[in-house]
Design a protein around this ligand. Sequence first.
Ligand SMILES: Cc1cc2nc3c(=O)[nH]c(=O)nc-3n(C[C@H](O)[C@H](O)[C@H](O)COP(=O)(O)OP(=O)(O)OC[C@H]3O[C@@H](n4cnc5c(N)ncnc54)[C@H](O)[C@@H]3O)c2cc1C
Length: 585
Amino acid sequence: MHGIQTPAGSDAIAPDTTGLNFFSADPSLADLLQLYLSDKLYAHIAPHLDRLGALAGDHLDHCARLADKHTPVLHHRDRFGRDAQWIEFHPAYRELERVAYGEFGIHAMSHRKGILGWPDTYPSAAKHAFTYLFNQAEFGLGCPINVTDGAAMLLSRFGDDALKAKYLDGLTQTDMARLTQGAQFMTEKEGGSDVGKLTTVATPEGDHWRLTGEKWFCSNADAAVVMLLARPQGAAAGTRGVGLFLMPRRLDDGSPNRYRIVRLKDKLGTRSMASGEIVLEGALAYAVGKLDRGFIQMAEMVNWSRLSNGVKSTALMRRALHDAMTVAHGRVVFGKRIVDQPLARRQLMKIMLPVEQALSLCFMTADALDRAEAGSQDAAALVRILTPVLKFRATRDARKVCGDALEMRGGVGYIEEFAPARLLRDAHLGSIWEGTSNIVALDAITRAVGRHGAHGALGADLHARLNEVVAIPQAWRDRLRTLVDRAIAFAQSVAADPANEADARRATTTLYHVTSAVMLAWEGARIHERRGDARRMLLSRLVVDHKLNQPDAFTLNQRRDAAALEEMLLGDTAVPLSQAAAHLQ
Ligand SMILES: Cc1cc2nc3c(=O)[nH]c(=O)nc-3n(C[C@H](O)[C@H](O)[C@H](O)COP(=O)(O)OP(=O)(O)OC[C@H]3O[C@@H](n4cnc5c(N)ncnc54)[C@H](O)[C@@H]3O)c2cc1C
């Protein structure tokens, strides 16, 4: 299920993905987009995705390597000895920005009509196809793109007309001279997960507020428009007393606002992008929306970012898989290509499966978000549960997938001149920001299931998909139905009793795997209807075998048809339903 042609390497070292078009090498992306987008929209974006795929596989990847090596530098004074703060970025990072914001306008696709010549705004499913391709080359800038997008969303949803008139245009500009990037500063030393403990104070002054305090993790540190949380003087303790504010980097007269970037973080990954520590010294800010609903409003940006994080981790995994497949096809060991060695084939399958699972969940969630925004209550409940489920599992899988793909390249994989080392470093961030794994699993189980009852919408959706497509063999359909009911019941039982909280991660994982097993079968059936290839359905079988049923440690972990499944899934030839159905029992 790939479109890898073997690119040239040196005589002795396996080739890398340089020159690979990440769009045409990824038939699953095109297949899923055609399930979720209208024919007209797909036809419109396909050439743009093709161009981005080619750029990501070459030029952007080259820029990403440079930007990762030449990290941003914070300056506090200009050459005349005047106090002035700015961050110096390598030209490669500026080029990445130009392509993301200026050429493709990914940050503006949800807000501004006319991006890439499309007369409307884009649905999330289309926007995130661009996110996914771009992040396969550069993950660091993925954060600023997303927070600029998220800041525009918060402002358009909750800002008053004057604030919108002042800041929305800049946040959604594709003209680089007029673009004003966004940021989101919540985390303080006292609390990242426990946001209610934040100590930044907002004091009213005329039509605006003054902020005093410290923000501890501020990505895109020099952004022009910052969305942040602060406690208005005298407001209640905890998250209920927290307000949402917009803080501009520059005041109306062009002078700097009263806050200082104290230093930049020396990070494991996303090294191209500047994350700073910031001291607020009476900074001017404007209240956004209702003051006593600051946390609830900010949660919309957090959820928006969690979907984006899921997509970006999927991108890292896909890139890692591309690299592993390229090596496996391009290097000969013990007289055979790596891809022809049985143990390596099994390992490649283990790398591939989480990528395809995550891609399914990304599009399912993005599509539900689009339907929720069009007014569907069921879809809103679906988004409520799918977002943390996706964020939890996909970001965790990315760590392992990127590490395993790195190993496929052998010792060279560990060397920073090749992409896998960077992918692995970046992959470890996904499960930390916008909520660590524990926090996100608790959100899925305690809140989405326990408080909001969102599991009902998920169960109904998955059953409806199983009823909808006829191509899924009956026995497999029944098996999946049973698994859906069991996963929902397990999540409910964990949510029902605080004593079960320690099982929240397992319950989230089970929901993820069962959801992906149904989605892979449903998508596979739909793809089979369109172009006679049922391979995606077979992945559903692998999820059940390897993710939901633990193998016995004392017996061969091999069903008799394992080699046949590998042959079909590691190849690039379509498989008819008649052949696939025999493996879905
Ligand atoms: C590179 C980078 C960039 C970042 N950029 C930004 C940014 O731009 N804006 C921003 O606001 N933040 C940003 N963050 C901060 C990030 O969102 C927080 O670090 C994260 O939310 C965790 O908060 P914390 O660091 O305070 O850890 P803590 O909240 O102290 O967590 C420590 C550990 O305790 C666990 N834990 C906490 N509560 C519970 C619980 N109830 N049950 C079980 N376990 C629990 C956590 O899972 C974690 O393992 C960034 C972080 C990094 C690393």
